[in-house]
Design a protein around this ligand. Structure first.
Ligand code: ADP
Ligand code: MG
Length: 732
């Protein structure tokens, strides 16, 4: 057991009842035997109630175990010393041994700084502090042997180090033999309270050094042997105080693996519960409607990928269990056809279907394509959105209740309680990332047993992320484009090359094609963005004057009715150039549009650029995407432009995007479905994640309820982990 300091009533952790939606942190459930690592953080030696509060607030460290799981993000090799006279570059931090010979406050009150002269056997340099000068001045040991660590910079031909670490040589010597120094992320507040990285390191180090320090194992020994991983206690010891980078890496992998394994066990178990344990309606037969449509109405051959996905779906809707499936496919890959065929399966088996889209424009478009495709078949399709008012609403709702309306298409108006179906068998959700989990579950409740759910998303996400973010959905992928589709040619031009770009637009318009020009309006309220858009619109109007050319404009500040009118003018070809913000991002389908010009393209993320580009290339013509940027680009922006120019493949783009932004941002914020991980990182630890997924499914296949004695340890840990990680159960 570890040593606890005496608890004080102040800041005592109150265990919340189970129903409470925990914000963060682990807690001990009354019926669970407490593990020592679940002890509230203030009882760890050296912490106490005050620091505990700061650790909780600043770093989310609530329990003793959280502190151990707070892994260093890098290590510094503090075994070597440099000489001042040897400094040649400013790339790396260096360590020196010497004496501080003098201190000086320099400059005015506002720009004041503390300057210390440091000297070793070979020469001298200046140490500079711009912040906290007063406090630091009181702490700096003058005329004593010190160790200084920091990154040299050159100023007016002289080397100096700003904000170095300074430590008495005697204290440094005492720490020797620790090998690499772990570096922890910390915050300004913590730093000001003695918990800079060194403070955190000291806390952990002294805890680990206690003879009572002990950590229970959570993985079966056989698995550790198989994967050649260290035990849990050893891993914690080594990750916080490694002798070499290799050792640190080895320990860190084991800990990350453990976290990923429990996440995957959790997701896979839940997936099984949802799919195997929820009875579903059965679409047994392929009936008249499906057959009639397939042989007489379908004007093209399905792609191989569409056929494969249809097979997956057909098996899934006939198992007697509930389908919960994600359909991923790049823009233009033909997801709508899959949705429509699945809807026909529902109708053929006596059920209704609904399609929910994130915007009215999209819902309208689905309505049009469904009605067009199904014309002549005895199917009643209705539209329900926020703008369908009472009088028009009544017959639709009546038709739904009586079963006369077969397919309902709409926005989230569909999930209102007043919308009652006779027998809803299938719910299709388009563009899933716009809908939350809560909304999806409301659709479930519309029928008993719940309708099969098919979620369609045009935002390709990397496979490893899909495994986690959509952990409990089955995933079907359309990874093949309809034939004859030409790749969109993408070029990157600087603002200086605007005239040739205008020239090119003119040529395309004269060929009868249409052009989008998109401006970033990141926040609808941003006056600056809005001005850019308006200025852009004006200069394009001057270059493309009436009556020869007709322009349209669409942005979020317009009334939805005016927006629709402008969109309609573009869709029916009245206007040739549409100046717009990202309101046109999702799903809009104008096959005659062949050019997408994206202004200030550096301000868009990859996923958005790819979405926007997907608005062209929908017809048979060669299409183009022009990325306009300023000359000076950041490294990330350059990589984004290069990636866009190199490939049309959404999955490849998503991989790059995940590298640049991390999985949370990639999926959008709150509803991201990306679990909060303490140690592992979904982006950097892809390989470990794949291993964890594989091992988790192997274990559950063999022992679905983790009942085997050798899995007892997994079972109890999993239950504990799930209690402490409420966000894991909100995924998808
Ligand atoms: P998305 O996956 O972006 O929703 P859509 O379903 O809107 O793509 O399809 C894009 C276009 O491709 C539509 O015009 C559709 O009719 C057409 N299409 C779909 N499948 C095929 C196919 N197998 N062969 C030819 N064209 C197809
Ligand atoms: Mg679509």
């Amino acid at each position: 057991m570890m040593k606890f300091t005496k608890p004080s009533s102040e800041g005592f952790v109150v265990f919340p009842p189970m129903s409470t939606d925990l914000v963060a942190g682990s807690f001990v459930h009354p019926i669970m035997p407490a593990s020592p690592l679940e002890t509230p953080i203030e009882y760890v030696k050296g912490v106490g109630p005050k620091r505990a509060e700061w650790l909780r607030v600043e770093l989310g460290i609530h329990a003793a175990g959280d502190l151990l799981e707070y892994l260093p993000f890098r290590y510094e090799d503090r075994s070597k010393f440099a000489n001042v006279s040897d400094i040649v570059s400013d790339v790396a931090s260096l360590q020196f041994r010497g004496v501080i010979t003098g201190l000086q406050q320099v400059g005015s009150k506002r720009g004041s700084r503390l300057v210390a002269r440091f000297q070793d056997e070979s020469g001298s340099l200046e140490l500079i502090w711009f912040k906290g000068a007063k406090w630091i001045a009181s702490q700096i040991p003058v005329q004593q042997k010190v160790v200084v660590f920091g990154k040299p910079t050159s100023y007016q031909g002289k080397w100096n180090i700003s904000h170095p670490e300074v430590e008495l040589e005697s204290a440094f010597e005492r720490r020797q033999g620790l090998g690499l120094q772990p570096i922890y992320r910390t915050t300004e507040k913590l730093t000001n309270r003695g918990m800079a990285t060194a403070g955190i390191a000291r806390l952990i180090r002294s805890w680990i050094a206690q003879p009572e320090f002990q950590v229970e194992e959570v993985l079966p020994q056989a698995l550790l042997d198989e994967l050649k991983m260290p035990g849990r206690e050893e891993a914690f010891r080594k990750v916080h105080a490694p002798k070499s980078p290799e050792e640190a890496d080895w320990a860190r992998k084991r800990l990350k693996f453990e976290e990923l394994l429990f996440l995957q066990l959790s997701l896979l178990q839940r997936k099984k519960e949802q799919t195997r344990d929820v009875p579903g309606v059965r679409f047994k037969a392929v009936g008249d409607l499906f057959n009639a449509f397939y042989s007489n109405h379908l004007s093209f051959e399905l792609t191989g990928a569409q056929k494969r996905v249809m097979r997956e779906i057909r098996v899934d809707v006939n198992t007697g269990w509930h389908m919960n499936r994600l359909l991923q496919g790049d823009v233009g890959s033909g997801k709508t056809m899959v949705a429509l065929l699945t809807a026909l399966l529902a109708l053929d088996n006596g059920y209704q279907a609904c399609v929910m889209a994130p915007t009215e424009i999209l819902a309208n478009q689905h309505l049009v394509s469904f009605r067009d495709a199904l014309e002549g078949l005895p199917i009643r399709i209705e539209l329900l959105t926020g703008s369908v008012k009472n009088a028009a609403r009544k017959p639709i709702l009546d038709g739904l209740a009586s079963g006369e309306v077969n397919i309902l298409i709409g926005t989230h108006a569909l999930i209102e309680p007043k919308v009652i179906f006779k027998t809803l068998g299938l719910a299709i959700i388009d563009e899933q990332h716009r809908f939350g989990v809560a909304q999806r579950s409301k659709l479930w409740a519309k029928s008993d047993p719940p309708p099969h759910v098919l979620v369609m998303t045009a935002t390709p996400i990397p496979r490893t992320l899909a495994m986690t973010a959509y952990g409990d959905l089955d995933v079907s992928v359309i990874d093949e484009m309809p034939p004859g589709r030409k790749l969109i040619k993408t070029v990157h031009r600087s603002d200086a090359a605007r005239l040739p770009v205008f020239q090119f637009m003119e040529e395309e318009v004269k060929k009868g094609r249409q052009v989008y020009v998109v401006y970033p309006l990141i926040e609808e309220s941003s006056m600056l963005d809005y001005k850019d858009l308006m200025d852009g619109y004006e200069s394009i109007s001057r270059r493309f004057p009436l009556p020869e050319f007709r322009l349209g404009i669409v942005h979020g500040r317009m009334k939805s009715k005016d927006k629709d009118i402008e969109m309609e003018r573009f869709i029916n070809g009245t206007s040739q150039i549409l100046v717009a913000t990202t309101v046109i991002e999702v799903g809009v389908n104008v096959p005659n549009a062949s050019v997408m010009v994206i202004e200030s393209a550096e301000r868009f993320g990859l996923a958005q650029l790819h979405q926007l580009r997907g608005r062209v290339g929908r017809g048979g013509d060669q299409s183009y995407c022009v990325l306009m940027t300023s000359d000076e680009l950041s490294k990330d922006a350059t990589l984004r432009m290069e990636t866009m120019c190199r490939t049309n493949d959404g999955f490849e783009i998503a991989e790059v995007d995940m590298d640049l932004r991390g999985p949370g941002d990639l999926m959008g914020t709150q509803q991201s479905g990306v679990p909060d991980l303490k140690m592992a990182d979904l982006m950097r630890d892809r390989e470990l994640l794949t291993t964890a997924r594989y091992i988790a499914s192997r274990i559950l296949e063999e022992d679905p309820n983790l009942e085997n004695p050798q899995h007892a340890i997994l079972n109890s840990t999993l239950k504990r982990v799930q209690l402490g990680r409420p966000d894991w159960s909100r995924i998808s």
